[in-house]
Design a protein around this ligand. Structure first.
Ligand code: ZN
Length: 154
């Protein structure tokens, strides 16, 4: 085990354990020193995420999307999830090579539009967070069946 004292690019000092062949260690220590210390790295990641959420909220306002409902922390993150998912959906449904696949699942222009509209009306921050990693197909099917249900009820 070899511990190296190093100074990070942010100016903080630290110690990192460097494993591997002896002649690689100096290089690895140098590379670590070119980066941020773990605390500053974490902070920069948080900042990057905050900026991403902010941008997503601005985009949502421009698109005329409804305000999200949830805790402020949920809302901030959900703005990013919503932008990413809506973008993925847009790319998917405008890609003609995907149409036969959509049709196979009973999704045609009409119910896709309804599903898309339903998604644009979705204001639950938790919903966007929960569904952020779903496939476009699953989200569309979920939304399409939700619109079917509300038509039957209403
Ligand atoms: Zn630092």
């Amino acid at each position: 085990m070899a511990w190296h004292n190093l100074t990070y690019a942010c100016g903080h000092e630290g110690r990192e354990q460097i494993l591997g062949p002896v002649n690689n260690r100096a290089w690895i220590a140098e590379r670590s020193a070119a980066g941020l210390c773990p605390d500053c790295y974490k902070e920069s990641q948080n900042k990057r995420r905050e900026e991403e959420n902010c941008k997503a909220a601005e985009a949502a306002a421009k698109q005329g999307l409804k305000n999200l409902v949830g805790t402020s922390k949920q809302i901030a993150y959900a703005e990013t999830c919503r932008q990413k998912l809506l973008k993925r959906i847009e790319q998917y449904i405008t890609d003609e090579s995907k149409h036969s696949r959509l049709h196979r699942y009973g999704l045609y222009q009409e119910n896709i539009s309804a599903a898309n509209e339903f998604l644009h009306q979705q204001t639950s921050a938790g919903w966007w967070i929960d569904n952020r990693e779903e496939t476009v197909l699953d989200v569309l099917l979920k939304a399409a069946s939700a619109t079917n249900n509300s038509e039957r009820e209403g």
